[in-house]
Design a protein around this ligand. Structure first.
Ligand code: NAG
Ligand code: NAG
Length: 487
């Protein structure tokens, strides 16, 4: 009877899979089975993957004025952004191309040896540091998709800044724009009309910290400290290192906040006034506000460009059911490294050796759109997804996305849930919107891509973080994931 065993288990497998499918599509739901199927599959309408035309602020964000350290997060080109209609969203192909530039830049910083496309091959020093990020920030949705509004100076002036967990120095364009300022929506900050503004001197400790915060040694203009930060290609900001009062809300006011007052700014940062750096370096906003917020922040990235999310500094906003994974030992002082233990698709673990994930490690990044996996992990993911999506006609690859489907003829689609298990056995089920990205009105692709090389760092990107409450307990050395973060 030994020979009957494999067919039996195969049958069982088939039976179980089809039962799961049937119960979803026909709505047969015993209590237990419902929980089970909800875990392993998502059923959705294709239209839910498409962007909406009107802004629907989330309840959490709408109530944000009651949570002092909570800032509303909007997608830069969506209907909730005040930029509309002057800046249309760039085409998805451009977003994905820019996303690849950002990823190349991160990987060049973390793995200079394997990268032949270095930004500044003549300057070794540059490569040990981590400043040239984010690449082309703000050129498109691809990097710096998410924008928050803060106040700077006395009286305070309102500025919309891209927020970025992948860099440290906060900067804004400053008058008189001695060399160059790009167009921004808010009036350009004028230090001479702020009574609390001061220049930082070359001999100060803050000036010395620029080397690690930006990857570039500071310069001097008479006695004023001069910073320079470049984000790959032609995006950069150069100016005076300064202090002024940063206002995050009526009660959360930070005198002497160190930031860059940009006199020469270029690159396509959209119409934002600059960038807010949420990395781990001493000059980042996380470190500078440590006394008040304890190096603790959380965010929820809105699931679509037509809704809003939040960025909350301090513990106030941490939601229920957050599970924490330890940050893994990291390289440099900026990026947040985490460990992927396994990935499952529709409840089945992918056969991936653990060393595949440990070779180069993984960071979580607010600015990278599409999650990047080691080559072997991506092939296993794509194969398992295709296996479970066999009922849908496949479609040609789109840009960096190669696992695509033609879904135009389906009113309702059922897709396997992709789950990541991180160190500490923290399992995160991705939303449907974190699994498929619509590339046209009829086609959608698996929202993941493979790295070119085993030595390239993996990146847990922002599409996959949609709707999750993501908690950075930097002081406690751990990262939390919760559900319903934008509710
Ligand atoms: C800051 O330093 C620059 C360069 O030395 C100088 O031009 C500017 O007037 C200074 N601003 C203030 C407010 O001291
Ligand atoms: C969608 O349905 C139409 C009409 O039945 C058919 O001609 C077309 O081939 C279908 N497309 C796909 C991708 O199945």
């Amino acid at each position: 009877m030994g020979s009957s065993s494999p067919p039996t288990s195969f049958l069982k497998f088939l039976l179980t899979s089809s039962l799961l499918l049937v119960s979803v599509t026909c709505g047969v739901q015993g209590a237990g089975r419902k929980a089970n199927t909800q875990l392993h599959f998502h059923t959705l309408h294709f239209s839910s993957l498409l962007p909406a035309a009107v802004c629907t602020p989330s309840p959490a964000a709408a109530g944000s004025s009651k949570r002092p350290s909570t800032l509303e997060v909007v997608h830069r080109h969506g209907p909730c952004s005040q930029d509309k209609p002057s800046t249309a969203a760039p085409p998805l192909s451009q977003i994905l191309a820019d996303d690849q530039s950002r990823v190349d830049s991160i990987q060049a910083r973390l793995n200079p040896a394997s990268n032949t496309n270095q930004l500044n091959p003549n300057k070794n020093k540059f490569h040990d540091k981590k400043a040239n990020l984010p690449t082309q920030s703000g050129q498109s949705l691809g990097s710096g998709n998410y924008v928050v509004t803060v106040g700077l100076g006395t009286p305070k002036k309102t500025l919309s800044l891209i927020f970025d967990t992948g860099s440290d120095l906060t900067w804004t364009q400053c008058q008189p724009c001695a060399r160059s300022c790009y167009q921004q929506r808010d009036p350009i900050f004028n230090p001479s009309s702020s009574t609390s503004y001061s220049n930082i001197s070359c001999s100060s400790s803050e000036c010395a910290q620029l080397s690690s915060a930006t990857g570039n040694d500071p310069r001097c203009s008479s006695t004023t400290c001069v910073y320079g930060i470049q984000y790959g290609d032609q995006s950069f900001s150069v100016g005076f290192l300064s202090k002024d009062t940063l206002t995050l809300s009526g009660t959360d006011v930070f005198p002497n906040f160190v930031f860059g007052c940009g006199q020469n700014n270029q690159g396509l940062f959209g119409k934002t006034a600059g960038l807010i750096g949420l990395g781990r370096d001493p000059l980042s906003i996380v470190s500078q506000t440590a006394q008040k917020y304890g190096k603790y922040f959380s965010y929820c990235l809105p699931s679509t460009s037509s809704s809003t999310g939040h960025l909350t500094l301090g513990k106030g906003g941490a939601s229920r059911n957050v599970k924490f994974t330890p940050f893994s030992s990291s390289q440099g002082t900026s990026f947040y490294f985490i460990d992927i233990i396994k990935i499952s698709v529709g409840g089945q673990d992918l056969p991936i050796s653990q060393t595949v994930f440990t070779t180069a490690g993984t960071i979580i990044d607010s600015g990278t759109v599409i999650t990047r996996l080691p080559p072997d992990a991506y092939s296993a993911l794509s194969a398992a997804f295709q296996q479970q999506m066999k009922k849908y006609p496949s479609a040609p690859a789109y840009s960096i996305l190669d696992t695509c489907y033609d879904l135009g003829n389906y009113t309702s689609i059922t897709i396997p849930t992709i789950s990541f298990t991180f160190g500490g056995n923290v399992k995160v089920d991705l939303e449907a919107i974190g699994t498929l990205v619509a590339v046209s009105s009829t086609q959608a692709c698996l929202a993941f891509a493979g790295n070119g090389d085993d030595g390239d760092v993996g990146i847990f990107g922002n599409i996959q973080q949609h709707k999750l409450e993501v908690v950075y307990d930097v002081a406690g050395g751990k990262l939390g994931f919760g559900t319903g973060g934008c509710n």
